[in-house]
Design a protein around this ligand. Structure first.
Ligand SMILES: NC(=O)c1ccc[n+]([C@@H]2O[C@H](COP(=O)([O-])OP(=O)(O)OC[C@H]3O[C@@H](n4cnc5c(N)ncnc54)[C@H](OP(=O)(O)O)[C@@H]3O)[C@@H](O)[C@H]2O)c1
Length: 351
């Protein structure tokens, strides 16, 4: 299916800037074989004309499948690197002659992180540190790291590890020394249909003839973004970044009961209770970050307050300052997907 433009698709001067920036460059995507990576690499090939795109991840089978995929197999600019973000030396080897890095590699299952805390910290926290150190050592121009709403006021280790990662990337801007490497973060909510998410989980239950759909709490809300919107937003952020910002897209909220109803109107819901480490509602910007937040139309940036002081050049943030006590949470969002709009998105294949 052809990819449709969405609210974050770069257009006009923004697109020109991104195209000009990325043309004939070398771009590395850690976690390039994941849900985000697969879509983002196709986006890069479609809109930018990079000289090389490096896919960096651990599992050879996922790389083999990607390499042989009909729409990727003839792209000579793609390079596949087996490597682990826990290994800084390997990152530096893979980053040789690379201009830009998008850091998507992560362990992202909440329960897996709770049961395997050392592994989660090695990949999400030490991995972030290694990406920052390696990027500075080889002189990368700019790095965008992916974050999640679970990193805001975290109550589970996955969220806490991503908060630590966000801090490492923002602080990366103060330790560059003579290098000019810039680091920024893109933070968004649930990606519709990504691996291991609730949408494929419900789809499998429905296909297997489930008699009811499990809902943890009838009040639960989440932020939603499509994979294409997420990828376009990362591209826009790469073009807009000064270094040190957390970019947050304005995206709708959805009640989990409405998602279940849209997916299977005939099935009753089974309220199974909130799981350990789960919140009723998520936040993309906490009320403590409101004072550093700027509204830029269809997205916010959380300004790097320390970076302005410590970085030797002026920080050029533009946008409208929000109220000091502003918070961006999934239960108090001004934009909602209801059952009808979710049904439409499911039917059109967008979700
Ligand atoms: N999906 C969502 O709903 C969502 C929402 C907000 C933010 N995010 C963030 O977006 C990013 C991408 O998520 P995704 O949905 O694309 O995840 P995903 O589908 O699980 O992909 C994760 C990728 O990371 C690689 N990876 C994992 N551990 C690695 C390591 N130690 N070294 C190198 N590569 C490693 C995986 O490949 P191998 O296993 O082969 O190494 C895979 O390519 C993550 O940072 C996540 O936190 C996701």
């Amino acid at each position: 299916m052809a990819v449709q433009p969405n609210r974050f698709t770069p257009t006009g001067a923004v697109m020109d800037k991104v195209r000009g920036m990325l043309a004939n460059t070398s771009i590395m995507v850690t976690g390039g074989t994941g849900s985000f990576g697969n879509a983002f690499i196709r986006l890069l090939l479609r809109v930018a004309k990079p000289r090389r795109v490096i896919i960096f991840s651990r599992d050879e089978l996922k790389q083999f499948e990607m390499q042989n995929h009909p729409d990727l197999k003839d792209h000579d600019e793609l390079r596949y690197f087996i490597g682990d973000v826990r290994d800084q030396a390997r990152l530096e080897t893979a980053m040789r002659d690379v201009d830009y890095v998008v850091h998507a590699a992560a362990l992202k299952q909440v329960m897996a992180a709770e049961y395997n805390p050392f592994e989660c910290i090695r990949t999400n926290v030490h991995g972030a540190e290694n990406v920052v150190r390696a990027s500075i050592n080889v002189g990368i121009k700019a790095v965008v790291a992916l974050s999640t709403d679970k990193a805001v006021n975290p109550i589970n280790l996955y969220g806490a590890s991503k908060l630590a990662s966000d801090k490492i990337f923002v602080a990366g801007n103060y330790v560059t020394g003579k290098q000019t490497t810039k680091f920024s973060v893109v933070r968004y909510g649930n990606v519709a249909g990504s691996r291991g998410s609730v949408l494929p989980f419900f789809r499998t239950l429905i296909a297997n003839g489930a008699k009811k759909l499990p809902i943890t709490d009838a009040r639960m809300t989440r932020f939603w973004i499509t994979l294409e919107e997420g990828c376009d937003f990362v591209l826009t952020s790469l073009g807009a970044m000064e270094g040190g910002e957390v970019f947050v897209p304005k995206i709708p909220s959805l009640r989990m009961v409405d998602l279940a109803t849209a997916m299977a109107p005939q099935l009753p819901h089974d309220i199974v209770g909130i799981r350990p480490g789960e919140k009723l509602h998520e936040a993309l910007i906490s009320d403590n970050d409101g004072r550093n937040t700027l509204d830029r139309g269809n997205y916010f940036i959380i300004e790097p307050d320390f970076a302005r002081v410590l970085r030797p050049r002026d920080y050029q943030a533009g946008g409208k300052r929000v109220a000091d006590d502003f918070a961006y949470t999934s239960d108090k969002n001004s934009e909602w997907l209801d059952v009808a709009s979710t049904t439409r998105l499911l039917k059109s294949g967008v979700f």
